[in-house]
Design a protein around this ligand. Sequence first.
Ligand code: NAD
Ligand code: UGA
Length: 441
Amino acid sequence: MRIAMIGTGYVGLVSGACFSEFGHDVVCVDANPAVIARLEKGEIPIFEPGLESLVERNVRAGRLRFATDTATAVADADAVFIAVGTPSRRGDGHADLRYVYAAAAEIATAARDGCVIVDKSTVPVGTAEEVERICRETAPAKALHVASNPEFLREGSAIEDFMRPDRVVCGVAAGDSHAEGVLRAIYRPLSIRETPILFTDRATAELIKYAANAFLAVKISFINEIADLCEKVGADVQGVARGIGLDKRIGDKFLHPGPGFGGSCFPKDTLAILRTAEEAGSPLKIIDAAVRVNEERKRAMVRRIVAACGGDVRGKTIAALGLTFKPNTDDMRDAPSLAILPALQAQGATIRAYDPEGRAQAEPLLPDLHWCADPYAALEGADAAVLITEWNELRGLDLARAGELMIQRIFIDLRNVYPPEEMRAAGFAYKSVGRPRGDAP
Ligand code: NAD
Ligand code: UGA
């Protein structure tokens, strides 16, 4: 299959590279010439484990190319995927679809008859129909097909998620056997591995994506509230999560308490599905509660840190370890650190920060941090340390060395990475999440 991928960001670049690994002929297009220039030089503009070698291998094999011009790239494509951003619209939380619609018009102008335009961006119900309308209006003489194929990959494990997904969801219009055939051919390497490939109508596919993200967000807010309850009643949230997670109806994934969900998707997608529901007159009270719990969570984390520092952080130095919204990505979009660190600074704290990959994106968003080259440099002279994001290299700190570098041994672990007894043995006043018995004053 000849595939064009419009948008070469976290999803477009991974999806394009993986499709080329399947053996398809792929061209990845981005409107940002700087992104394409870097890719053409063999540089990967984002941090995603395994992506560099995947891209390099497929470029070398002649199956993967990059371009800035949509018209040329889509001219002989069997399928064109739209993988542009759908951020929250300022003010109302709706998904901002302007990039999707602009891409649709550009594709329709240049695509050939029979081309299948596939929406991979996360978009509200009705978007495929609107893309179809744009195609008809832009190129009334062409027979273009519009399908929906939401993406479920996670940053940090994007390649594995794409290559071995739990399922693939494809939405096609009633009777559109051509679009179905093209999507089946594209995903054939996965069907050989017996990955379920689910065909639905387009509205259902569009809603599956939001419902999946919203459900996972609900799970996280749920366990965060249970963690709070554990602290009040003297239970251990790790045990509770394990005890409920072993029930196959519940499942053990996405039950890790922490500073609240962040990232480019859960925050914006929960808001977008709430707006869809509001407009449809069918409120989603559970998702609404999960969003409110998550907002409050970040403020609660600030209070927790201040309390652990004796009730006042004025004039104190805090080492912030891990700033990205999760490990193994450089993505800072809606990272909890963006809410937590400025609040500590506003109360008079100085922040010494370390993140393995997030600095370039974080620097413009978080002014006045003292950036450090490694975790120990961040801990030097600190009155307290806060572990915000559980990067592997932050999971095995040399506690004796850390303690010697710090002015006071106060450690606030927002991801429950460390065994409390180990922290106590190393002389730390330790505060984690939902493990009251492990916390030491
Ligand atoms: P991103 O911001 O990383 O990348 C989008 C890219 O599209 C940018 O590089 C931008 O320059 C480019 N672009 C915008 N308009 C264009 C146009 N007309 N022509 C060519 N390029 C254009 O976004 P992302 O994180 O990859 O997300 C893309 C979509 O996928 C969103 O809808 C998101 O919700 C969804 N999604 C993201 C993830 C994730 O982990 N990031 C996972 C699943 C789904
Ligand atoms: C999420 C979904 O997991 C993907 O399936 C989806 O494709 C993607 O959004 C999307 O639509 O973009 P991602 O945002 O990359 O993927 O990362 P997750 O691993 O889901 O983590 C999201 C946030 O939840 C992070 O801030 C993470 O720290 C937090 N989280 C996750 C928890 O606090 N606890 C958990 O148990 C799991």
